[in-house]
Design a protein around this ligand. Sequence first.
Ligand code: HEM
Length: 220
Amino acid sequence: MKNTPWTPSPAQLLLIKLGMVGLCLLPLAPLFGDLGPNPPEFVSRHTGTWTFNLLLLTLLVSPLRAWTGLHWLLRLRRSLGLLTFFYALLHFAAFALFEHELEVRAMAADILERPFIAVGFVAFLLLIPLALTSSNRAIARLGGRRWQELHRSIYLIGILSALHYLWLTKITAYYYPLTYSILLALLLAWRVGERLKKASSPAPGFRGGAQTIRFFKEKP
Ligand code: HEM
């Protein structure tokens, strides 16, 4: 008999989601403790690191689902995306509040003067439409295909985040940003591999130009 992978009931899925959200909020705890000798730097770094961690976790859902056959994992992806945005918002708030005391002109000047901040800022701006369209209602309004196309900007957001992290780091401390960039590259490479696989094994009835369109339109 073929083993069918375990699928949670709606109530179990809700519990899993709540547990996951609870776990993902645990990294906030250190922000309420001893912030060390330079609190603004600690808060900025901590929230930046967790924005990237959650971004990678969000991107991990699709390959994990493909490897395990647990299709319900996809139901966790939007919550992880929203948590990524939540940490990015805290990270931006730390910058706005601690570095510039909410002065818009000073913030704008800093973003324009320091390219690594500009890159992080663009990544943050690109996250906003994704967060705003994460509800079921938004998916219904946009239509599945347009929603998927919009949400593909997560790949660009990942690349900008890696650039932001690599750029701000001193040459001697590349270990972490490089590790994050390599993990991101692996997650993006998996998607390219899936697309190539689909493109080279056309579904019956798809040929030539239609196949090329499929390559760009289908989601791994
Ligand atoms: C998706 C968006 C973003 C991600 C993933 C991200 C990620 C990171 C990471 C991983 C760090 C380094 C943490 C460390 O050194 O351990 C960092 C630092 C930093 N980020 Fe971001 N960031 C993002 C957006 C932004 C935005 C919007 C701004 C401000 C406009 C910003 C400003 C900074 C600054 C100033 C630092 C240096 C903190 C310090 O060393 O004191 N980032 N970010």
